[in-house]
Design a protein around this ligand. Structure first.
Ligand code: ARG
Length: 459
């Protein structure tokens, strides 16, 4: 008979038990369930609600149960629904009446939300650390090739030359915002629902501030109904994780393009690639492709929980049990992606010659010529037009932009001087963009320094 079986005259239909169990997946919450129960009974004893000796016996037994669960020595039963009732059942089997006091003044409604918050707080810290590791890999890679230049793209068309390190640091910035978002979300995760009971609190003199303190929660949720019904923190966490996954996917996409024969800008270490079962020559970027592909299931978790919550009346409804599988899957997916992206990037090698050859196309420096004219006092729109005319002339004649004579250039750009022909150098173009956030080596060196410091500070 289930722990709640008092008012029932039969056992649950087996189909119902299979349909409604959650222990097959919520078992991962066990360390937090034990932690929450220890804090709860400690407080119950301090408040004189249960005897100190009983509380101590429960704490000891819970620790033993945790060790046995870690060792896989406890067989979890789906008839017992979830991890909470499995642990409580084992506790009562060991301690009898004493164990039966653990659930005093508590409901699974506040218990499950407590466990999930403790779990998510831990995972938030882990994911923020994994993001740091990936950022370090990108900063190191950029720092090892400070002079590598590649064509930056807009509309997937060659746009302007940029430093390879500048491109990598763009991702470091995205991952930093992801870390900030998770830290902000953590503030709302780190609040205690414990003591809210099933919905309305308790007639017992529970000390909610004390359990919050014991569990390291920064605050107590003020409203008991909100405390058992709220899953906003899961929505925001998954929104944050979706952005992490999306940024990983964009990085993966750049890598996939760079390693393709069309670009040939990057070489991945063999250990991070796979071959084809048919074509012997193939070396495929499957890790990057899977990182890109797995983004879908992270978004799915976000849409899943949003849909579960929409229209749920207050307070706890069993629908809320559906808050877990997608969440766990999204966490596992993002952690696995980050854990592979970091070493994959750390061991990648840019093909500097191929990058530079592509970036050296003089057409990429057309803007530099227009800006040279601006420095001579020409309004930008006119400069743009003149250079456009020159580009058109070169295209019609089949002449590269840097291969015309000054006289030919003057047909489109009357102010042209021999110096103009020197502007068509990728290195010069990059070096000229020496402003905050620009791609000049001096600026990028500063950015690399900034990141090395920040990453070392290890905040
Ligand atoms: N397994 C449930 C969940 O994950 C635990 C809470 C069940 N509470 C209840 N009153 N049936 O949401």
């Amino acid at each position: 008979m289930a722990l709640w079986g008092g008012r029932f005259s039969k056992d649950t239909n087996q189909g119902v038990a299979d349909f409604s169990e959650s222990v097959s997946y919520d078992q991962r919450l066990y360390p937090y369930d034990v932690q929450g129960s220890i804090a709860h009974v400690t407080m119950l004893a301090e408040q004189g609600i249960i005897a100190r000796a009983d509380s101590q016996a429960i704490v000891r037994e819970l620790e033993a149960i945790k060790a046995r669960l870690e060792a896989g020595e406890i067989e979890l039963k789906t008839e017992l629904e979830d991890i909470h009732m499995n642990i409580e059942t084992v506790l009562i089997a060991a301690l009898g009446d004493v164990g039966a006091r653990v659930h005093t003044g508590r409901s699974r409604n506040d218990q499950v939300n407590t466990d999930e918050r403790l779990y998510l707080r831990h995972e938030t810290d882990e994911i923020r650390a994994a993001l740091r590791t990936l950022q370090s890999a990108l900063v190191d890679l950029g720092g090892r090739y400070p002079a590598a230049i590649l064509p930056g793209l807009t509309h997937m068309q060659n746009a302007q030359p940029v430093l390879f390190a500048h491109h990598l640091l763009a991702y470091v910035e995205m991952f930093e915002r992801d870390r900030e978002r998770l830290a902000d979300c953590r503030r709302r995760i780190n609040r205690s629902p414990l003591g809210a009971g099933a919905i309305a609190g308790s007639t017992l003199p529970l000390n909610r501030e004390r359990t919050a303190e014991l569990l390291g929660f920064a605050e107590v949720l003020r409203n008991s109904m909100d405390a058992v019904a709220d899953r906003d923190y899961i929505v925001e966490f998954l929104a944050g994780l979706s952005l992490v996954a999306m940024h990983c996917s964009r990085l993966a996409e750049d890598v996939i393009l760079w390693v393709s024969q069309r670009f040939g800008f990057l070489e991945l270490d063999d250990a991070f690639c796979t071959g084809s079962s048919l074509m012997p020559q193939k070396k495929n970027p499957d890790v990057a492709e899977l990182v890109r592909g797995k983004t879908g299931r992270v978004y799915a978790a976000l849409f899943g929980i949003l849909t579960v919550l929409k229209g749920l009346p207050l307070t706890y409804n069993r629908d809320l049990q559906e808050d877990k599988e997608g969440l766990f899957d999204a966490i596992d997916t993002v952690k696995a992606s980050l854990a592979l992206l970091a070493p994959m990037m750390a061991t990648a090698t840019p093909r500097e010659k191929a990058m530079l050859a592509a970036a050296a196309d003089p057409a990429l420096m057309a803007t530099d010529l227009a800006e040279w004219l601006v420095k001579k006092g020409v309004p930008f729109r006119d400069a743009h037009h003149m250079v456009g005319r020159y580009v058109g002339w070169c295209a019609a004649k089949g002449v590269a932009l840097d291969q015309a004579t000054v006289e030919q250039m003057r047909e489109s750009i009357p102010l042209a001087e021999p110096e103009c022909l020197l502007l068509f150098s990728a290195a010069r173009s990059v070096a000229g963009r020496d402003l905050t956030g620009g791609t000049a080596p001096a600026q990028v060196a500063k950015q690399l320094e900034f990141w090395r410091h920040r990453l070392e500070a290890g905040e």
